[in-house]
Design a protein around this ligand. Structure first.
Ligand SMILES: [Zn+2]
Ligand SMILES: [Zn+2]
Length: 266
């Protein structure tokens, strides 16, 4: 089983899962490593009023205790999923330095103050305009920010788009290509996120053609994550993920320790 490097616990505003449940599941599945990556999204609040932030000292302390508890069974890595957002530059730039994280995912969840998870976004930017605007912000973020390890779920906007453009991803290369090129050239990784597969979508994020393209452009750092917000989703569809990555030209996938990539044969 591949190691899962995108896992949420109740330190995330949108999860109620105790960290120990994720750890127990990782041990039961026989993973060698698992990385918790709870959300920091400055300024974002759930409908119930929970903020997408946590105290890094408390988080580190609790996760280190858990790592100790499970030592010898699997290696718990401690990471964060940092929301890249040009409107919250200060948090994006400073947060990775606030604790000795193993791994930082940089993800775009918010575009012009709106989360595409909510229908309002596609009312403001209907259909393809919404997809276009999302990729424009991703491109801005990969040019603006450096301090993250992998770019999370590129093309995640398609999970929420009212319909998938028939010409996706071919006709969108003018936007996706510079993003992938920038990641490859600056030594940033790409994440393959399997959450969409268990929601019945035909592909994970990003689309296999974008995975292949990143590889073609010289990109080598590729982490795999389920984006599990509850333990039964941990490692979901990872057998399929491995097949997809092999078909896209990857022979290795990546995990991280102390912000340094470790390569493992697929
Ligand atoms: Zn995310
Ligand atoms: Zn996530």
């Amino acid at each position: 089983m591949l190691s899962d490097f995108h896992v949420h616990t109740c330190f995330s505003a949108d999860s109620d899962c105790p960290p120990i449940e994720q750890a127990a599941r990782a041990a039961a599945l026989g993973m060698e490593e698992m990385c918790v990556t709870d959300h920091i999204d400055a300024g974002q609040v759930t409908e119930e009023g929970r903020v997408f932030e946590f105290d890094p000292d408390d988080y580190l302390a609790q996760m280190r205790r858990l790592r100790e508890e499970f030592s010898g069974r699997f290696m718990l890595r401690i990471g964060v999923e940092l929301g890249l957002d040009p409107d919250h530059e200060e948090t994006v730039r400073s947060f990775p330095g606030r604790a000795p994280f193993d791994y930082v995912i940089g993800s775009v969840h918010v575009v012009d103050g709106m989360d595409p998870y909510y229908p309002h976004y596609f009312e403001v930017y209907p259909d393809e305009a919404g997809i276009r605007r999302y990729f424009e912000v991703c491109l801005d973020c990969v040019r603006r920010f450096e301090d993250y390890d992998c770019f999370g779920h590129l093309d995640y906007i398609l999970r929420y788009a009212p319909r998938l453009p028939a010409d996706y991803p071919d006709a969108w290369r003018e936007l996706t290509d510079p993003i992938l090129r920038r990641l490859a050239e600056t030594g940033h990784g790409l994440e393959f996120n399997t959450a969409a597969l268990r929601r019945g979508m035909a592909f994970g994020n990003p689309h296999p053609q974008l995975l292949s393209r990143y590889r073609e452009l010289g990109g080598e750092i590729l982490c795999v994550g389920s984006d599990a917000h509850r333990s039964r989703d941990l490692g979901a569809d990872f057998g399929r993920a491995r097949e997809i990555l092999l078909a896209c030209g990857f022979r290795y996938y990546t995990t991280f320790a102390e912000r340094k990539p470790l390569f493992h044969r697929l």
